[in-house]
Each structure stands twice: as structure tokens, then as C-alpha cells.
Ligand binder design. Structure first.
Ligand code: DC
Length: 231
């Protein structure tokens, strides 16, 4: 029997990483870990405690309280994926708002936050059989991952997808704000000092601006099958 491999999916925001990761986890019966949700949950904690808003970041105060942040995932059978819990409260919806998206890159740039979350992520994936998506999975969290994918798409396409998702959920947002947020997060995530978003040398890049989910999934499954045949 082939071993369970580790699949790392990195890339820019709203490139459909989580959609592909969830489909892969379902097909191969692997655990899916959405590391962006973890950074979002810490951001929600920081916002609720007055450590971050659009104009300020109380970095030292947040660092002092990091041991009060407990993150966990709980699989929801109906939804077919694991929801994010912050200190035992389901925050899956609250972490997806535009407001949290506008603050998360500031919080994710703090080294102490990254250190805590990377350790938790490495622990969750230590036995393999995991699909993890984020920004630094193939470079920092699992530099020896069996398969590394790097997703990209034009900012316009990504903003259009994200806008539709939020509007469908009933959020009142403008397309311009979403486009600005996508571009601003690209900028902060790619230029931060600690673990910036970069493609790992051995990652396979997918520009999915003009690809359907089905096309991507088919191609990625054949890459996974090749890896499994060799393992
Ligand atoms: O995947 P996402 O858009 O939900 O991620 C939210 C933010 O979290 C993203 O803008 C940058 C940060 N992030 C990170 O720094 N490292 C990760 N592994 C995952 C996300």
C-alpha cells in the first residue's frame, strides 16, 4: 500500500486554494488544514481585544496574550469540511468578513504569531495524509512536502470570485474594496520579513485565471497519483 503523502498548496489570496484542497482531501481521504483560517482566527481575537484595528496594531500586547489563544478545527459532516474554533467557539463565519481580511496581513506578519501557528501546523501534519493550504507551507511549514503546488491568477479574476462569494452570503461589499484588499494582501504577504509568500523552487505553478475547477482538479489529481505510485 502506498504511504500517505503531504500536499502543500500555496499561493495568492482567493486563487481557489481551499476549493482544490477540500476536493483533494475528500478524494484521497486526507485531512485538510486551512492555515489562513488560523491566521484569521488570531486576527479576530486581536480585534475583539482591541489589539488591532484599521489604524493601529498593539503588537506587544497581542504577543503577551498569545497563550490565551486556543485554535481547533472541528469537522462538520453537513458542510464536508472542518470549521475553525477560537477558544472553543465556532468562528467560521466571523473570520471570513472583509473586516478581518483587511486586518489579517498585519497580524500574520508578526513573527511570534507565525511561530505559534507553524508549530501547530507541523504537529497536525506530522503523520502525512494531509493537504495544507496557505502562504508558507512548501517553504517553511513542510519544506519536504511530497507535492507542492503554487496557485496564481490575475487580481481582477480573484476579486471577482471573492466578491461573488461575499455577495452570495449577503455581505454588503463593493467590488473596488475587494479588489483593493486582494492587491494589498498580495503586497503585504509577499514583502513581509518573516516567511514571505514566495513560490518554493520545487513547487508546480498553476495560473488558474482561465481554468475551471474541474480542469485544475483533474490535472492536480494526476500529479498526486504519480507521487502515490512512486511512494
Ligand atoms: O488563505 P487566506 O486568504 O484565508 O489567508 C488569510 C491571510 O493569512 C493571508 O492574507 C496571509 C495570512 N496567511 C499567512 O501569512 N500564512 C499562511 N500559511 C496562511 C495565511
Amino acid at each position: 500500500m502506498s504511504k500517505k503523502i503531504t500536499i502543500a498548496i500555496d499561493g495568492f489570496s482567493s486563487t481557489g486554494k481551499s476549493t482544490i484542497a477540500k476536493l483533494l482531501a475528500k478524494k484521497y481521504n486526507y485531512v485538510y488544514v486551512d492555515t489562513g483560517a488560523m491566521y484569521r482566527a488570531v486576527t479576530l481575537f486581536a480585534k475583539q481585544n482591541g489589539f488591532v484595528d484599521k489604524d493601529s496594531l498593539k503588537k506587544e500586547a497581542l504577543i503577551q496574550c498569545l497563550d490565551k489563544v486556543t485554535l481547533s478545527f472541528c469537522f462538520n459532516d453537513e458542510l464536508g469540511f472542518a470549521e475553525m474554533f477560537l477558544n472553543d467557539k465556532n468562528v467560521e463565519n466571523e473570520i471570513r468578513t472583509l473586516e478581518v481580511s483587511q486586518l489579517v496581513s498585519k497580524v500574520a506578519a508578526i513573527s511570534e504569531v507565525r511561530k505559534k501557528l507553524v508549530a501547530e501546523q507541523q504537529n497536525m501534519g506530522r503523520d502525512g495524509g494531509v493537504v495544507m493550504d496557505g502562504r508558507d507551507i512548501g517553504t517553511v511549514v513542510f519544506p519536504d512536502a511530497d507535492l507542492k503546488l503554487f496557485m496564481a491568477a490575475s487580481a481582477d479574476k480573484r476579486a471577482t470570485r471573492r466578491y461573488k462569494e461575499l455577495i452570495d452570503k449577503g455581505d454588503k461589499v463593493s467590488f473596488e474594496d475587494i479588489l483593493f484588499n486582494v492587491q494589498e494582501r498580495d503586497r503585504i504577504d509577499s514583502t513581509r520579513k518573516d516567511s514571505p509568500l514566495v513560490k518554493a523552487d520545487d513547487a508546480i505553478e498553476f495560473d488558474n485565471s482561465d481554468m475551471t475547477i474541474e480542469e485544475q482538479f483533474e490535472r492536480i489529481c494526476s500529479l498526486v497519483d504519480q507521487k502515490l505510485a512512486k511512494s
